[in-house]
Unconditional design. Sequence first.
Length: 449
Amino acid sequence: MSATELRAIVSLASLYAFRMLGLFMLLPVLSLYAAEYDYSTPVLVGLALGIYGLGQAALQVPLGMLSDRIGRKPVIISGLLLFIAGGVVAAGADTIFGVIVGRLLQGTGAIASTLTALLADLTREQHRTKAMASIGVSIGVSFAVAMVVGPVMASWFGVSGLFLSTSVLAGLGIIITVFLVPNPDAQRLDADSQSLSGLLGRCLKDSNLMRLNLGIFSLHAILMAIFIAVPGILEEQGLHRDAHWQVYLPMMLVAFIAMVPFIIIAETKNKMREVFLLGIATIALALVAATFWGQLFTPLLIIITLFFVAFNLMEASLPLLVSKTVYAGGKGTAMGVYSTFQFFGAFCGGAIGGGLFGRWGASAVFAGAAILAGAWLIAAWGMSVPLKSESIVLRWQFGDWDVADMRREVLALPGALDITVLEGERIAYLQVGSDFDLANLPEGLQLGS
């Protein structure tokens, strides 16, 4: 890995972490402080919590496509400016409607797919999985930190101060983008850095990819929903809101430590499907238990800790499974669709969870989330284990190469699994198994970067 690639990974991981920290810090506190706003109801609080996901889901792919035309950094900086503006609007709000508008404005800064594309521009194919893993770790760490820092900062500065701090974090993100993130020599017109419309239909028709998309939708819908209920229960049981971090800190530590053995087993023992289904089942069972015993302090702590063990396991496993499952050259498209499902899930979880809480209380929120987790488990049961493979980039120089013949010839080689050809760019993405030999490639095909 070159120094430029390492710098790109570290700086973009930091940018992800600052941005997600700003979003996550509000999760454990917004429902607690909502009564301070005029016209606040559980439904509107849930909407305020999740509506940023609607903006993200709607604009993720369009802004990614815009970045193909005007460049990655202008879109990223513009998105962060929108995030700053949304934080300022929400900080100055006196009504819950003002908070909703601010959160929606924050959501319109939908730059996740553009950040992924920039990461692809700045890293070679053979290092891209490590790069994405680093991004995943940074998001996981930011979530854990937010669960602790959010309640503390809210007790010091109030929710308005918390919203302003999200704007400050976005401002730091702009500084990182301008001064630390390398400038790509050129944007790669390839399927792993862009969400190419020609590959979208194939992504939506792939049953295994759609199972994973349903998974990330369900996971983030459940997360948003339970944070409408859990903070209030903790306070009702006598834990002052200023002390909630004392619960979340050990929960996060236990969850991170406990998930590691499962990831190791999944990877080294080839038990990914079994571990994945176990994680979903744990979430479902924890939510069923919360439906009956979630109003009691000690049982709730045990239940939510189990939930976070499984949540962290799923959050780490899902993008890894997408990268292993996707067809050759389809990462950009698949991750764009995946991100859209993730953020739309956050919106639905907040909106529907708020409605359930307002009508029937916390038990209804847990029950609704348990039903969704059960549906997810049923859908995931038919998943197949992706073959161990890697993706290589091929280029060719011949002007009269017959693409159909080349595709047939390459796929006939031992170990060749799938191929996607971008004819206009003279690039082919080949998915291969461990038994593939580059020496068998047809004359004229060269290993690209």
